[in-house]
Design a binder for this molecule. Structure first.
Ligand SMILES: NC(=O)C1=CN([C@@H]2O[C@H](COP(=O)(O)OP(=O)(O)OC[C@H]3O[C@@H](n4cnc5c(N)ncnc54)[C@H](OP(=O)(O)O)[C@@H]3O)[C@@H](O)[C@H]2O)C=CC1
Ligand SMILES: Nc1nc(=O)c2c([nH]1)NC[C@@H]1CN(c3ccc(C(=O)N[C@@H](CCC(=O)O)C(=O)O)cc3)C=[N+]21
Length: 297
């Protein structure tokens, strides 16, 4: 059975997304975006099913936000140099407000070096090392989208993050590490767990807020959660059930955990939509900054 969205323990990511997109579309409706309009460009290198869902939702959200959206699909045989060259051309194109480099990329591509080639003013995903560096200095303007979405959803509960025990499970560059930094900046006491952590449950059971980004269905069961805690499920996993139907689930056993936790984000309908909305908000911030420095008139 599907979880009913009106269940008060489930945080409604789609409602949060709608609210953020309203603000962004009001901005772009009032902003001078020139004759060509403002464009967001998504770059995928090679085909990947997990990227396809994300890109589809980005295109829909961009439309709602009043942005044009272009999808570039580069061959998985493209060279590092060619990619860099194409990114430099996009940096110089005033009609492009932001560039998204979808992950994963093929093995022969150095993703970090390509991410560095995206100009920080166009880095709407906040993944350029310079942008990541800014969050160490607590400058959160262009923060990585999924990490920022996790913070946004915790705020939705009305809880003050200051002083709370937060346990972050997963320490990837794209999600876990930046989320831990953002949560620290919010005043939480953050413990970061990963595959070498001994006794994960011992840590997770102490958490007032448990944030999970691993990619393993049902990693977090009810016995691993403190009663009344906030559980933010970032995982997106495609599974095939007993009847052969494919389904998207997170890293948390939502049905069981919501009987113990105070709040849980559902998958789908939780972190995913808010991630996409934050990307649009980052595009708005990027546009404002590009105007301030005279990149666009
Ligand atoms: N909703 C959204 O917007 C997004 C969702 N995702 C989803 O989030 C999940 C994580 O993504 P991503 O961070 O990119 O994945 P990665 O595979 O890059 O990272 C997974 C992390 O989980 C850790 N880990 C692995 N096994 C365990 C374990 N048993 N206990 C604790 N930690 C463990 C790994 O640690 P170690 O490195 O030490 O092995 C690693 O830090 C995926 O399901 C992905 O699809 C990702 C991006 C955006
Ligand atoms: N550079 C980069 N940044 C990313 O943030 C990134 C990436 N690469 N590669 C792929 C993963 C995956 N990811 C998703 C984000 C939102 C949804 C999403 O909107 N999901 C909806 C809809 C699901 C559906 O339509 O079935 C939901 O959870 O409700 C999905 C997947 C971002 N990722």
């Amino acid at each position: 059975m599907k979880d009913a969205p009106q269940d008060h323990r489930l945080i409604d990511g789609k409602a949060v997304m709608a609210r953020i997109l309203d603000d962004v579309s009001a901005y772009f409706a009032g902003a001078d975006i020139g004759q060509k309009g403002a464009r967001l460009v998504s770059v995928s290198i090679g085909d990947s099913p997990e990227v396809a869902v994300y890109v589809r939702n980005q295109a829909l959200a961009a439309q709602k936000a009043g942005l044009r959206f272009y999808q570039e699909l580069w061959s998985d045989e493209v060279s590092q140099e060619e990619c860099k060259q194409l990114i430099v051309e996009m940096n110089d194109d005033p009609s492009i407000v932001g560039i998204i480099l979808q992950r994963p990329v093929p093995d022969h591509i150095n993703v970090r070096s390509l991410q560095s080639a995206i100009h920080p003013l166009k880095d709407v995903e906040g993944m350029n090392p310079a942008s990541i560096g800014n969050i160490v200095y607590s400058d959160m303007a262009l923060a990585p989208c999924t990490a920022a979405a996790a913070v946004e959803l915790i705020r939705e509960t009305g809880l003050e993050l200051k002083g709370l025990e937060v346990v972050m499970v997963g320490h990837s560059e794209i999600v876990g590490k930046p989320a831990a930094l953002l949560l620290m900046a919010e005043g939480a006491t953050v413990t970061v767990c990963h595959h070498m952590t001994r006794a994960l449950a011992m840590h997770s059971r102490r958490a007032d807020v448990l944030v999970v980004a691993v990619g393993k269905p049902h990693l977090i069961g009810a016995d691993m959660v403190k009663p009344g805690a906030v559980v933010i499920d970032i995982g997106i996993n495609q599974i095939t059930d007993a009847s052969g139907k494919t389904q998207i689930v997170g890293d948390v056993d939502t049905a069981a955990v919501k009987e113990v936790a105070g709040w849980v984000t559902p998958v789908p309908g939780g972190v995913g939509p808010v991630t996409v909305a934050i990307l649009m908000r980052n595009a708005m911030i990027a546009h404002q900054r590009q105007k301030e420095v005279g990149w666009i008139c």
